[in-house]
Design a binder for this molecule. Structure first.
Ligand SMILES: Cc1cc2nc3c(=O)[nH]c(=O)nc-3n(C[C@H](O)[C@H](O)[C@H](O)COP(=O)(O)O)c2cc1C
Length: 367
């Protein structure tokens, strides 16, 4: 991977040495911030309509949003989903997100640690990050495709150790790799390599998509090799085909644009995985815009709900902006609980619906 001098895509004036992969990550941030990376398909979450409870018989302050992940208590069922930054901005993004996760008591997943492991740039991913969030649940991250490019158990342990993570996320991004010039195209034999990591890495492993969704069928296969949780990262929010089409030129741009509406919408993916794997810890994400979307995802069967692009602007600004962002989401979630007469997240998950979207029951839990 050759290193060359290159400016930030926004032409901010800073001249820093950037490798191809770092430059790509930097472009991704700008494309998402400009709103050019959105899927040409909806999440399906709008179809989840709660039955309004006109008489909640409780105080709004009685609502308990607390949740658990791998035996750890969270103040709300929220996850800051993985985002990589590129060297110019990753440091401050990660510090803001870590400090906010600590303050709020919610979980925080870092972006891919590949660049940091391969030594090109630390991107703020070190034990120093843990010092900003000493008691937060922090999740490490790398791409499954790396397991076909020489990575194995030792690399997995390094990414966990690098940030003293509580669990490891391995992401599946086959569509992105397929449409990205120079992407990793060989995904054969990955399940066996994944299993070797899952069985021996020593922390719970979460497998996630990046915006195209995980089906019940794939989740079942993953549950069978011992993963601890699935994050569906469904379609309707960030689309890596849309992102890559904004970045590419010529044929590559056209091919990527063709798939900007591809994927399993978030609502459908959550309901399908919950139906297929009733006992598996399930993270719902992909296009989450508000605390009401969080409530809808929980009602479909998610245990925890994640958001990436929606918090990116705040993540670039400051720790306080991230805190404010998630306090707003929590307030919306609390009101959804109140107006369904739900004192806890467990009760919200059984709250009656006015009409059932595919996979959800009107009364009682979708699973
Ligand atoms: C700028 C950016 C960088 C991302 N980098 C990663 C990454 O390194 N690893 C990963 O697993 N997912 C990554 N994602 C995917 C998100 O974690 C998430 O699954 C996806 O964006 C869908 O959620 P959203 O619609 O809320 O953005 C990234 C997303 C964004 C917006």
């Amino acid at each position: 991977m050759g290193r060359e001098r290159q400016t930030d895509r926004r032409g901010a004036g800073a001249v820093v040495p950037m490798s191809e992969i770092e430059r790509r990550k930097n472009d991704h941030l700008d494309i998402v911030l400009a709103g050019e990376g959105r899927a040409r398909v909806g999440t399906g979450l709008d179809a989840v309509v709660f039955e309004h409870c006109a008489l909640p018989e409780m105080s709004l302050d009685d609502v308990d949003l607390s949740a658990q992940l791998f035996g750890r208590r969270l103040s709300a069922p929220l996850l800051i989903s993985s985002m990589t930054g590129g060297p110019l901005r990753a440091d401050s993004i990660n510090i803001h997100l870590a400090q906010a996760a600590q303050h709020l008591g919610i979980a925080f997943a870092v972006g891919s640690q590949r660049v940091a492991v391969e030594g090109a740039s630390a991107c703020g991913l070190s034990r120093g990050l843990r010092a900003h969030a000493p008691s937060a649940v922090i999740l490490a991250n790398f791409g499954a495709a790396q397991l076909n490019a020489g990575w194995g158990l030792e690399h997995a342990r390094r990414v966990v150790d690098m940030i003293a993570a509580d669990a490891l996320i391995i992401h599946l991004n086959a569509l992105q790799e397929a449409v990205q010039p120079g992407g990793d195209r060989d995904w054969s034999g990955l399940v066996g390599r994944l299993e070797a990591v899952v069985r021996h890495v020593g922390v719970p492993v979460i497998v996630k998509e990046v915006g195209a969704g995980i089906s019940g069928r794939v989740a079942r296969r993953l549950a069978d090799i011992g993963i601890a949780a699935v994050d569906v990262a469904g379609a309707g929010g960030t689309s890596w085909a849309a992102v890559e089409s904004a970045r590419a030129r010529g044929r590559a741009a056209r091919v990527a644009a063709t798939f900007a509406g591809w994927g399993i919408p978030t609502a459908q993916a959550i309901a399908d995985v919950r139906r297929t794997c009733p006992a598996l810890t399930l993270i719902g994400s992909g296009g989450i815009k508000s605390g009401l979307d969080v409530a809808r995802a929980l009602r479909l069967g998610a245990d925890l709900v994640g958001q990436a692009a929606g918090v990116l602007e705040a993540a670039l600004a400051s720790t306080e902006a991230v805190v404010e962002h998630f306090e707003t989401i929590s307030q919306e979630l609390r009101i959804a609980c109140f107006c369904t007469g739900s004192r806890t997240i467990a009760e919200l998950k059984r709250a009656p619906l006015v009409q059932a979207p595919p996979g959800a029951e009107v009364d009682g839990h979708a699973g």
